[in-house]
Design a binder for this molecule. Structure first.
Ligand SMILES: [Zn+2]
Length: 202
């Protein structure tokens, strides 16, 4: 008998979370299962999951007032099977969305696989990530290694404005990890996150 589960896969920026989300979707679809992919604030700023290695998949944009349970019920009412949800960028969802994920697992027997960052640019947990750590059946750190410039394992997402690490500001500011962005993010080890050292400039 299938037992649904809530699983949270987390890691820093650029560690391949969205790639893994789409791979997971592919693997389940191949087994004849049917799922929905949701996202919020994807780097493409559109209703799709995109990855740095060029994969893309259409996705449902999660807004504050979207109820994930109602989303699934709506599909079921239309005769569409939903066996699982792939929730990308789950760190940007609300805590209420995470409660809904738990209910989908417990009361609807729908698997929920959530992917996201754990901490923000201040190295504090995102509220939704915190709730996922508290409620998930399984939590896994994504093992694709992202390295700090010094060669240590990347752990934290530094926000960089005008070449400096900033530690105050809104929790969510859209940026990129490319050098030319006005607000950019750089994955650092804890040591260099704490010292604010972005490494040698080339
Ligand atoms: Zn470092």
């Amino acid at each position: 008998m299938h037992a649904a589960a809530l699983k949270f896969f987390w890691g820093p920026m650029d560690c391949g979370k969205s790639t893994m989300a789409l791979q997971m979707n592919y693997n389940h679809a191949r087994q004849g299962r049917r799922g929905l992919v949701t996202t919020r604030i994807d780097r493409s700023l559109g209703p799709q999951v995109t990855t740095r290695i060029g994969l893309a998949h259409e996705a449902i944009e999660v807004t504050d007032d979207l109820d994930l349970r109602a989303l699934v019920r709506g599909r079921w009412a239309d005769g569409v099977r939903v066996d699982y949800l792939i929730c990308d960028e789950a760190c940007f969802y609300t805590v209420e969305h995470v409660e809904q994920m738990a209910e989908l697992v417990d009361s609807y027997d729908v698997d929920v696989f959530a992917f996201g960052l754990a901490t923000d640019f201040r190295s504090r947990l995102f509220p939704a990530a915190q709730r996922l750590f508290e409620l998930a059946d399984e939590v896994a750190r994504i093992q694709v290694e992202v390295l700090c410039w010094c060669g240590r394992e990347g752990l934290l997402n530094a926000r960089v404005v005008d070449g400096r690490v900033v530690r105050e500001g809104a929790q969510v500011v859209i940026g990129d990890t490319v050098d030319t962005a006005e607000v950019r993010y750089q994955v650092l080890c804890r040591r260099h996150y704490r010292s604010g050292d972005l490494g040698p400039r080339d």
